[in-house]
Design a protein around this ligand. Sequence first.
Ligand code: NAP
Ligand code: ZN
Ligand code: ZN
Length: 350
Amino acid sequence: MPTTYAYAARSADTPLTPFEFQRRALRELDVQIEVMYCGVCHSDLHQARNEWKNSIYPVVPGHEIVGRVTHVGRGVTRFKAGDLVGVGCLVDSCRTCPNCAEGLEQYCENGFVGTYNGVDRVSGEITYGGYSTNLVVDEAFVLRVPDNLDPAATAPLLCAGITTYSPLRQWGAGPGKKVGIVGLGGLGHMGVKLARAMGAHVVLFTTSRSKVEDAKRLGAHEVVISKSLDEMQAHANSFDFILNTVAAQHDLNPFIELLKRDGTMTLVGAPEHDHPSPQVFGLIMKRRRLAGSLIGGIAETQEMLDFCGQHGITSDIELIPMQKINDAYERMLKSDVKYRFVVDIDSLRQ
Ligand code: NAP
Ligand code: ZN
Ligand code: ZN
């Protein structure tokens, strides 16, 4: 195995710095990938800074990965050297529990293996993610990237894309449905594009007045400044579904009030501190539901990539060298990214 060049967080309160290590030798069903691009998810920041209280250092983040296959193990049948592929948040699971059997590996009852900060099921090693020059992954967790899409702008689909696609499908976004997306960040802007392509009436909620025109260009039919009581009240009791992507603790009640009878708000944002519990009466009086959703399984991730290929959907990105990652994290915290940073991994090659 060649040396892998990467960036890692060594502790919760120090910046990411260069880190070198060796990937495992190829197992029978492994694919070795030269990483080309890796998206920067807010989860990377939560993990690098131990905001979910489970980080194992060093943390090499990155789970929005696009690259080319360079080598394959003896038993690999689905990929060959030269293939353009993607890897998302999962690199393994037990594959036998009822959830895995249904293709819902993200809900594996024995715990899925994350692309980083996970524990390899064979060796017990901690997994290192895509802020690195190469990756070794079992072929069952490798995705095909449609060849009509720009590879750099496709990388964010592997997390931001599937994390919004899966709940939009689960809760029936489509023609005749009024769908809200809360937060215009990496996840939110993909949610707008995907919900629009599915045929829903899309309303984007933002705290940033400067994002209104962009939200419309990205596909929102309407934009609401969520801090404005008047603008919020104009939509009371009208939504079939709201997807909440906000990365920080906030009051859920104003959004729950916008749901119709039987409407659902699903949380995908995973902030460091829990939201205050919403008012019970806001839920029971209209049989409203509050739900959650975690990324998506491998089959659904491939379905999402193929859907994006058919509809020409990618992420709006800002391409950065790895050396700018710490600045990128600070800008992400200020909601100052349009709308996803993607690292050009060539900047790590020596
Ligand atoms: P992001 O690019 O930083 O976007 C988050 C957006 O939330 C911001 O752009 C901003 O939108 C809004 N926001 C931020 N702080 C806010 C505040 N204090 N009050 C109200 N709105 C605020 O982050 P991301 O990468 O899209 O990730 C979003 C969240 O989803 C993170 O917590 C991440 O860990 C989580 N996540 C979950 C899953 C899952 O499977 N459930 C998968 C991936 C990521 P406006 O400027 O428009 O208001
Ligand atoms: Zn992510
Ligand atoms: Zn399982």
